[in-house]
Design a protein around this ligand. Structure first.
Ligand code: FRU
Length: 478
């Protein structure tokens, strides 16, 4: 039987105790990566938000440092909500949302605040707080939903992208600018949501990548569209062009960013190696989470850090190279031809592991890979060679996770065309998660799983002729 600790991930960023959600203030500062996160330290449920804090030299091995922000001022008394970090004159500035509640929902107010540190550990909230308030809102913006500032520097100005809700519901991103991070002016409605694009947008992020401007939005309640946006909340990636002079974003393409069940509120940075790196919360609002139970005392984990790049006008994701420094116990296989048969790899009991697979599907009908498999459980990754659909199914993966969606969502899939008749899969397993990178990062599927027993094999079943060109597996030890 599993014990509580068996569900704590090994190589993913987590807090020591309590609840975490969104990554906040991700930054590369004075030679170290810093990650803050929405944090309730006292119980494994969402509560008055603090900013928890961890730092790392290599994005994999994280050290917990003291909580950076607590809700202790009149302007943030009910929570220090999501935001970003930026370096100015050697100091580390955090811009976050102060959340204030009242008697009713109408009384909620969200304002923007600044905290500063010269050592990257101890933060002081500035006297000028709150630096952006209800008085700085344009028409048609609700003061109840005004949050998650993302700060970027362009020329002499700092710009802040802030998520807002229109009066009649609908997301929008407001743009503000400042010379000193303290005195802010409203610039424009940078992007306005239409009907059918969700009632509220959260956690905007913007960056340049390979000559394009990329906007990430985390959307609460986006309507289902075919195979897309099936979770309660979805992340969309928009490629386009940002006109900073006019403060307008022109969108070209819109896609869902991850096709798994647990991926929300990502943040990105550019590090000293000019890499665009993204980390996301690896969980989903509105689902039961077994770690929330009192014995566990903690809930929530971040995804593996992923490097982003653009190819054929799509954003691709790859796990950062640093993870390879923690690979051990390599096992590999070459050219295994399966013809309407099942092969159990008994010696491949991947638990905290990375797996790379290249599969030739030219003469195949379908293949199913059972991961984290034991007598009673399995997490299923399947590929239908006729429809090119790659599917992740966690219904028998262990403790069931039922959500607030109309239907019980336990599987997600994506159209994933073979390249030269081959499907390439990189799979990362941790104690309570699976992340699949398909076709060199063109598609990702990220999910939590809670198996109750240890894995004892990997099993592959083929319909038609399916050739495993290469299968490599490593354990990951941090
Ligand atoms: C997104 C979010 C943010 C908010 C935070 C509160 O998951 O709802 O919009 O700032 O979580 O914890």
């Amino acid at each position: 039987e599993r014990i509580i600790a068996d569900y704590r991930n090994d190589y993913h960023l987590m807090a020591p105790v309590g609840w975490i959600n969104d990554p906040n203030g991700f930054i590369y500062y004075k030679g170290e990566y810093h990650m803050f996160y929405q944090y309730y330290p006292y119980k494994a449920v969402w509560g008055p938000m603090h900013w928890g804090h961890s730092k790392s030299k290599d994005l994999i091995n994280w050290e917990t440092v003291p909580v950076a922000l607590a809700p202790d001022q009149p302007y943030d008394k009910d929570g220090c909500f999501s935001g970003t970090a930026i370096e100015k004159d050697g100091k580390l500035y955090l811009m976050y949302t102060g959340h204030i509640e009242g008697e009713t929902e109408e009384d909620i107010r969200q304002v923007q605040c600044i905290a500063v540190s010269s050592d990257g550990i101890n933060f002081k909230k500035v006297e000028q707080n709150p630096v952006i308030t209800e008085a700085d809102l344009p028409e048609n913006a609700k003061p109840q939903d005004f949050r998650d500032p993302k700060v970027v520097k362009k020329g002499d100005f700092y710009y802040s992208l802030i998520a807002s809700r229109q009066e009649q519901d609908g997301g929008q991103i407001l743009l503000y600018k400042s010379k000193d991070l303290l005195d802010w002016q409203f610039v424009s409605v940078m992007l306005k949501g239409e009907k059918g694009e969700g009632p509220m947008w959260e956690c905007p992020d913007i960056f340049e990548l390979d000559g394009k401007d990329v906007l990430l939005l985390s959307v609460d309640g986006l309507p289902k569209k075919e195979n897309n946006f099936l979770n309660t909340h979805s992340v969309v990636v928009i490629i386009g062009e940002m006109d900073w002079e006019k403060g307008i974003f022109h969108k070209e393409t819109v896609e869902e960013l991850d096709y798994g069940l647990d991926f929300y509120a990502p943040q990105t940075i550019e590090d000293d190696k000019n890499r665009r790196i993204m980390i996301s919360w690896m969980q989903m609002w509105g689902r039961n989470i077994p770690t929330e139970t009192e014995q566990h005392g903690w809930a929530g984990s971040m995804t593996l850090p992923r490097e982003l790049f653009i190819k054929n006008n799509h954003v691709y994701q790859r796990p950062v190279a640093e993870i390879k420094n923690y690979y051990t116990n390599k096992q590999d296989y070459k050219i295994i031809k399966l013809s309407d048969e099942t092969k159990a790899f008994e010696e491949l009991s991947a638990e905290v592991s990375a797996i790379e697979l290249e599969v030739d599907v030219k003469e195949g009908k379908r293949f199913d890979i059972e991961l984290r498999s034991n007598q009673i459980e399995k997490t299923l990754l399947s590929y239908d060679c006729e429809t090119s659909i790659l599917e992740l199914n966690r219904v028998n993966s262990g403790i069931e996770l039922v959500g607030k969606e109309e239907e019980h969502v336990y599987k997600r899939s994506v159209y994933c065309e073979p390249e030269n008749n081959k499907i390439n899969l990189e799979i990362f397993l941790d104690r309570a998660s699976i992340e699949v990178f398909a076709n060199q990062g063109r598609y990702t599927l990220t999910s939590t799983i809670y198996p109750t027993k240890k894995a004892d094999k990997i099993k592959v079943t083929a319909e038609g002729i399916v050739e495993i060109v290469r299968l490599e597996k490593w354990d990951i030890e941090v």
